[in-house]
Design a protein around this ligand. Structure first.
Ligand SMILES: *Cc1c(COP(=O)(O)O)cnc(C)c1O
Length: 404
């Protein structure tokens, strides 16, 4: 079990007042807070081993390189990738998707198709639209039902050997739906399509296992999983990473450069041009150690409790509607109150120290589907409490009274 007082003591930012009230941070789907070990590891890196990595003979450069590569191996183990060179350091989920979408220009031809789903984040829509425009391919969209679940019969109808790649999120950031990605991956492979999973919302909450999923690519951000901003991972199967062209050209990604011809470095360096976010890569490893010290099973069970409690309490408010009621979901509650703009609720509860996100959550097609301008989104993490949920419910009731 998870010791909530001990966990909360790890997060210095939680122990402050905002607008005169104890901070209640319910914007975890946008970015997570950082435990003290992560904050310390950032300072420690700059205080002790800061140097540019690879190609360095001096001691600090070797120490920084070792720490960076140890972190890569740690992440490999954590996501159960077969090889550490299948784990690429990036700046975040968005970068990983763009890298793959750009490279797939070589494998998607005119008349082919790319498939996404109705509940993707804009960063898993726009790069694929750009790819389709570039090569003259068609963008297919797996539809969803009123609960915010993908309709699998429709998915199977859309699937054919014209589809070269499928890009879906593991968990929806605006609805909380956990998608049946294993099923999608198996079906995709049966028609020869590759699959990239947007794991921005799953990496902080679930065990993810690359070999079990058998996905071709999987991408996530460090900052949503207790790590630093500007850090991220793209996992790719070795055979795909060998086939894919480099994304950016520059230092570190080359074997030999002449003006006539350049040959590329081996994996993973082929995709890591330029000086990376060294500290971010190292500290992502620290963040993963931290999550594992709490235990993802404990995290999941506790967050599920918060989800059930929050859903029940919020639903008691008259006129409140929850968007995203999938059978399998994580601790994200998107809601609106009839006749009130989500922004107004967000602004009022902020005055009471409660941080929620309002708007379209980078998923405008989801808002269009439900025919709303946006929602109020409360997303819970393992350091939140039922008392904080009570504070939210009270604040929303107050806001409703003031606005109606
Ligand atoms: C946050 C998020 C992204 C984008 O992540 P960045 O860290 O901004 O690159 C993509 N997809 C989902 C589902 C997200 O929640």
């Amino acid at each position: 079990m998870l010791d909530i007082n001990k966990v909360r003591a790890d997060f210095p930012i939680l122990h402050q007042k905002v607008n005169g009230k104890p901070l209640v941070y319910f914007d975890n789907a946008a970015t997570s807070q950082k435990p003290q070990v992560v904050i310390d590891a950032i300072a420690d890196y700059y205080e002790t081993i800061n140097a540019n990595i690879h190609r360095g003979v001096h001691t600090l450069s070797q120490l920084a390189t070792d720490a960076y590569e140890i972190s890569r191996k740690k992440i490999q183990k954590h996501i159960n990738a077969k090889h550490s060179h299948e784990v690429l350091f990036t700046t975040g989920t968005t970068y990983g998707i763009n890298l793959v979408a750009s490279g797939f220009s070589q494998f998607v031809k005119e008349g082919d198709a790319v498939m996404i789903s109705a509940m993707e984040h804009h960063s898993n829509i726009v790069p694929w639209q750009m790819l389709c425009e570039r090569v003259g391919a068609e963008l297919l969209v797996i539809p969803m039902n009123e609960k915010g679940e993908l309709i699998m019969e429709e998915f199977e109808k859309l699937l054919s050997n014209k589809v070269k790649i499928i890009a879906v999120n593991h968990i929806s950031n605006s609805l909380g739906t956990i998608n049946p990605v294993k099923h999608i991956i198996d079906k995709a492979h049966s028609v020869g399509a590759a699959v990239i999973i947007d794991g921005a919302q799953s990496a902080p909450h679930l065990h993810i296992d690359m070999q079990e999923l058998d996905c071709d690519f999987y991408t996530f951000s460090g900052h949503k999983a207790c790590g630093p901003t500007g850090s991220g991972i793209l996992y790719g199967k070795e055979e795909w990473l060998n086939k894919l062209p480099p994304y950016q050209g520059g230092g570190e990604m080359i074997k030999e450069v002449t003006f006539e011809k350049t040959t590329y470095a081996e994996l993973p360096h082929k995709f890591e041009a330029g000086t990376p976010n060294i500290e971010g890569g190292i500290v992502m490893g620290t963040a993963i150690d931290y999550l594992n010290s709490i235990g993802l099973d404990n995290i999941q069970a506790y967050e599920q409790e918060l989800l059930e409690y929050g859903t029940q309490k919020l639903q008691e408010i008259e006129g409140l509607k929850i968007f995203g009621t999938a059978q399998h979901k994580t601790s994200v509650i998107s809601f609106n109150i009839e006749g009130i703009h989500p922004y107004d609720i967000g602004a009022i509860v902020d005055k009471m120290g409660i941080a929620v996100r309002t708007g379209h959550h980078c998923t405008q097609p989801v808002m269009d589907f439900f025919d709303v301008p946006g929602t109020v989104r409360a997303s819970f993490s393992f350091y939140n409490t039922k008392e904080e949920i009570n504070a939210l419910v009270e604040a929303v009731v107050k806001a409703k009274r003031m606005l109606s």
